[in-house]
Design a binder for this molecule. Structure first.
Ligand code: DGL
Length: 275
């Protein structure tokens, strides 16, 4: 397939990006989507940046092979660590996760904003820099949450283990007086009822998935590659655990399920140089 009917590639380390594809399919129902979640190797967020970049290129080469017209990073970690350096390598446009900074700054009254994300995203400082570039008077409280993603990837969306981790990470933010919390990892909206319970009803939760979908649409309008009228398809590809992925996807995008596929993205690794 080529031209405007080509698919849009959407990818994440695993299941988190499903929340982004939900927004994308809602905003652009006429488009064909191909999602890749690297469930065999998630989480990415506690890996070294060089490895995250290596895995990112494997997904992007897979999309190049499938002749996508655009790729959307449904992963804050790969956006923070690899997006800018990846642009030079691909002929199709790349759209990263929106930081949610604009919406967070609109919502906050106390100017105390929390950011929860993976270790790699927090280490990049991306959210804090973006927030402070717009409003230097804002106080940012970054918190890495490495225990969340491994549990979510096992299909655990609530329960004592997650609850204990949530208190460990979120109680200090609540005590610091945040009134707005950016969910800076696409896995976290899957556990937003638990997060809401722990931070309390007064804290505004910001999920940047919707902003990201709007960024993607703006990019397509600019490139002139929107699909014509009709209803597009959704193909969901994973490197492991198709059963769990199917179950979770049925809860997240129930009206848009088409096909599932196992993809071994390591087929797209560059050969290692032997020295
Ligand atoms: N969902 C991803 C993100 O938004 C990565 C989570 C992980 O694999 O650690 O950062």
């Amino acid at each position: 397939m080529s031209g405007s009917n080509a698919a849009i590639g959407v990818f994440d380390s695993g299941l988190g990006g499903l929340a982004v594809i939900k927004e994308l399919t809602w905003l652009m129902p006429q488009e064909n989507f191909i999602y890749f979640g690297d469930t065999a190797r998630a989480p990415y967020g506690s890996r070294p940046p060089a490895q995250i970049i290596d895995f990112m290129h494997q997904s992007l080469r897979f999309f190049a092979d499938r002749r996508v017209k655009m790729a959307v990073f449904a992963c804050n970690t790969m956006t923070a660590v690899g997006l800018e350096s990846a642009r030079a390598y691909y002929s199709f446009p790349l759209v990263g996760m929106n930081t949610g900074a604009r919406v967070a700054l609109q919502k906050t009254r106390s100017k105390n904003i929390g950011v929860i994300a993976t270790q790699a995203t927090i280490a990049s400082g991306k959210h804090g820099k973006t927030l402070k570039a717009v409003d230097p008077g804002v106080a940012v409280y970054p918190q890495a949450c490495p225990k969340f993603v491994p549990l979510i990837e096992q299909g655990e969306l609530d329960g004592p283990r997650l609850e204990a981790a949530a208190h460990e990470y979120l109680d200090p933010l609540r005590e610091a007086g945040i009134d707005t919390l950016i969910l800076g990892c696409t896995h976290y909206p899957l556990i937003s009822p638990l997060i809401r319970r722990v931070v309390g009803p007064a804290v505004e939760l910001i999920d940047p998935a919707c902003e990201t979908a709007m960024d993607a649409r703006r990019c397509m309008v600019k490139q002139g590659v929107l699909a014509g009228p009709g209803r597009g398809s959704v193909r969901l590809c994973f490197s492991a655990g198709l059963d769990l992925a199917e179950r979770l996807a049925a809860g997240v995008i129930p009206d848009r399920l088409t096909e599932f596929e196992h993809v071994d993205v390591q087929d797209y690794a560059l050969p290692r140089r032997i020295s």
